[in-house]
Design a protein. Structure first.
Lengths: 185, 101
């Protein structure tokens, strides 16, 4: 049963992620990514990470994807989106990963050492009954400093986005490329 | 009946591969950013799978941080795209060769 569930989620994730790359219209790509994110959230539920599944749906599907769709519709892209001619580079990058996948498929040769002892021993501890409580306790004890740094990253990103997307740069300041193109037009 | 960890690694590898191919072959900047999201999600699957495997909450906390960084990346990236589109009125990656040697 659990293998059936995993198979469904994995198949849908792979198919929709390939649609994200293959579809020419960016709106369809974004919607395909939306379906993929929902299935990743489902996979998180099967992995006993319920809180992260909820966060995945809320933050990714609710905030990030809406931002993408907003920008796609704002820019109103009507162009022939042809592919790059970089297939050779793509193949060169992807070949090691494919070999890795082969090794993984052939019975996990990388996991097992020479003896019978395995390197990666699955923990036999019980699953935490309250996932959110466990995450909160870990986040605010062990990872308190990274948590604060993450908030700083968000603040910097917010200010940076506002500064970058601001419409007008006044003439008295150093003339940027935006101002110059307007003058030439 | 449990799923072996290598299946999750394989799934994440395939999704990451798809993201890399998307970054390399697409010309639309928005599609490239969507491919970057694919790669981030592949790492998230890995983190959560190992977190469940070792019963360690650290992996899930790191997915939390990855989500934060993804949100920041999207905000800044889309702002850059809007600024580029305003100055060049295109988002085709071939048109942007200012920093090429």
């Amino acid at each position: 049963m659990s293998q059936l569930v995993f198979g469904y989620f994995a198949g849908m994730i792979v198919a929709t992620s390939m649609f994200v790359v293959a579809l020419k219209n960016p709106v369809y790509s974004a919607l395909s990514l939306l379906v993929m994110l929902f299935h990743v959230a489902g996979l998180f539920v099967t992995l006993h990470a319920e809180f992260l599944a909820a966060v995945q749906v809320i933050v990714y599907a609710g905030a990030i994807l809406v931002l993408y769709l907003f920008v796609v519709m704002l820019l109103n892209v009507k162009q022939d989106d042809r592919y790059h001619g970089q297939w050779r580079l793509a193949g060169f990058v992807c070949a090691p990963l494919l070999i890795e996948a082969m090794i993984l498929l052939s019975g996990g040769a990388g996991i097992r050492t020479t003896g019978t002892q395995t390197v990666l021993v699955p923990s036999s501890k019980a699953i935490a009954p309250d996932n959110t409580l466990a995450i909160g306790q870990t986040l605010f004890s062990t990872y308190l400093f990274p948590f604060e740094v993450a908030s700083l990253v968000l603040l910097v990103a917010m200010i940076g986005a506002i500064v970058l997307a601001k419409r007008e740069i006044s003439e008295q300041e150093t003339p940027g490329p935006i101002v110059r193109t307007k003058v030439t037009e | 009946m449990t799923i072996p960890i290598s299946y999750y690694l394989l799934l994440s590898g395939i999704v990451f591969l798809t993201g890399i191919v998307g970054v390399l072959i697409r010309r639309n900047i928005i599609a490239i950013l969507l491919s970057v999201e694919l790669m981030l999600n592949a790492t998230n699957i890995n983190f959560v799978a190992f977190s469940d495997y070792f019963r360690d909450m650290g992996g899930q906390v790191f997915v939390f941080f990855a989500l934060t960084v993804a949100a920041a990346e999207v905000a800044v990236g889309l702002a850059i795209i809007i600024a580029l589109h305003r100055s060049r009125s295109t988002i085709n990656i071939e048109e942007f060769n200012l920093l090429k040697w």
